[in-house]
Design a protein around this ligand. Structure first.
Ligand code: ASP
Length: 352
């Protein structure tokens, strides 16, 4: 009997040690600094299929992603802050009608554009966000101003615009955000809604594939600077046909954006309601902090298991304190790019 117990105890100690050795070597691997600085971006996730994309459009997206990421990369390379890199990179995409952020934002049911954005500083864990803004040219800049120049984390609507004007940010006529494509998308959805309102399963009809995809195109960026500071930001027009002041995940710290120098930075894109319910961005950081898993494991678990099991679609770009980077999404595609400290550039749209 004693002998049997001794054997069992020995086995437990042996396998227990083996397991912890494995964890230790994995931790060591992840603890290696792979990049002194790095930057990763997205321009939205969705049913982005090669068969639906012309060569010209594809090239336009690739060029804009490359242009945007190079702006941030140059800032980081020259010793600039991750905050500046994130803002300037996102601004390139906000100014492009290709993306659902700034100019090119989707339309609300009332045919207006209401913009959301957020930013987080991984060093101080300070953050700023804006929701439902209609006339501020750069929502990401405003989100950063909320962080640096107010006692608050989130401002919304008219109040946010008043704050922007007081701080000298560029105010534009709401027509600045108009693009024909986005307006047509809204009309298509409204037509569809009218014809399908009698459908038994109204919700399913409302969120059919077409409609789901017409909201994608949010932009986001995460950067690590030479001082080891991580910053993350996200900017969006939200969902086409949104109403009643709907606000998605993009301006919600912990859902659309999160950054912590101890773990990682994350920017999300996808069906916002699911990202809010899953606290996607914070969950990735929390898994790294509490479970000691790698960035890859955390992003995979949150997107492919937790988000997917609730029926949520979308993805994230994320970057950890050692400069490891991760694109993770459960949709057919995600506009995305990354650049490391050696200048290696990756620009991709589809799954592979
Ligand atoms: N997450 C955004 C929202 O729900 C949309 C998107 O990323 O495409 O407002």
């Amino acid at each position: 009997m004693k002998k049997a117990l001794f054997i069992i105890a020995t086995c437990i100690i042996f396998f227990g040690c083996k397991n912890s050795t494995e964890v230790t070597s994995k931790e060591k691997k992840d603890d290696l600094k792979v990049n002194d600085f790095a930057i990763i971006i997205h321009g939205g996730a969705g049913t982005i299929l090669k068969k639906n994309m012309s060569d010209e459009k594809e090239a336009e997206y690739q060029q804009k992603l490359e242009e945007a990421i190079k702006v941030g990369h140059t800032i980081l390379k020259n010793g600039g802050t991750s905050q500046k890199a994130v803002m300037k990179t996102i601004q390139v995409m906000e100014e492009s009608p290709l993306f659902n952020a700034g100019k090119g934002a989707v339309f609300t049911h009332e045919e207006t554009n209401e913009l959301d954005a957020s930013f987080m500083d991984g060093k101080t864990l300070n953050a700023g966000a804006v929701a439902g803004v209609k006339n501020v040219k750069s929502p990401i800049e405003l989100a950063i101003k909320v962080m640096t120049d107010s006692d608050h984390v989130m401002l919304s609507g008219e109040g946010a615009s008043i704050f922007a004007a007081e701080k000298g940010l560029e105010i534009v006529d709401p027509s600045y955000f108009y693009t024909e494509n986005r307006f047509k998308s809204l009309q298509r959805i409204k037509d569809r809604e009218k014809t399908e309102l009698d459908h038994d399963d109204k919700k399913a009809a409302f969120y059919d594939a077409d409609i789901k995809d017409s909201k994608f195109g949010t932009v986001g960026c995460v950067a690590l600077d030479k001082n080891g500071n991580i910053a993350a930001g996200t900017s969006t027009g939200g969902m086409t046909n949104k109403r009643w002041g709907r606000i998605g995940d993009a301006p919600i710290i912990g859902s659309g954006t999160y950054a912590n120098n101890k773990t990682c930075g994350v920017s999300s894109t996808g069906w916002g309601e699911y990202f809010i319910r899953n606290q996607v961005a914070y969950d990735i950081s929390a898994q790294m902090e509490y479970k000691n898993v790698s960035l890859k494991q955390a992003t995979q678990d949150v997107i492919q298991n937790k988000l997917t099991s609730l029926g949520g679609t979308g993805g994230v770009v994320a970057l950890d304190k050692n400069g490891n980077m991760s694109f993770e999404f459960n949709t057919a595609g995600m506009y995305r790019a990354s650049m490391d400290d050696k200048g290696k550039l990756i620009v991709k749209i589809y799954k592979e």
